[in-house]
Design a protein. Structure first.
Length: 116
């Protein structure tokens, strides 16, 4: 789950100077070492990063949602899927983590395509 291109550039600005600054301090101290915000963020698990990515994408108008289907919808298939701006982009997958990673990858792609 890694951002690329223009999306990565804008996310890093947002994280340090924009909406992300409300979530994180500019610097994080640990054992007398100071890490900048992005390096500190990058050291966290993908589960922890996911919420911050969702906040970023919310700030640029992309709404990401992870859902679980018990087989009653989506052709009777049970599992997790994601939507971005109410459009379903992936097949149903077995784990929430997999759906999260696919959602961020797709949101990154959509952002970069729209901001060329």
């Amino acid at each position: 789950m890694e951002l690329t291109g223009k999306c990565k550039e804008e996310f890093e600005k947002w994280l340090v100077c924009g909406g992300g600054k409300e979530t994180f301090e500019k610097y994080y101290e640990d054992d007398d070492n100071i890490y900048d915000t992005y390096d500190w963020f990058d050291k966290h698990s993908t589960s922890m990063q996911y919420g911050v990515y969702v906040d970023f994408f919310d700030s640029v108008g992309q709404k990401i949602h992870i859902s679980y289907s018990e087989g009653l919808s989506l052709g009777g298939v049970e599992g997790f899927y994601y939507t971005i701006d109410y459009r379903t982009y992936n097949k149903v997958v077995d784990t929430r983590q997999e759906a999260r990673e696919q959602a961020i990858t797709k949101a990154n792609e959509i952002y970069n395509d729209a901001n060329r």
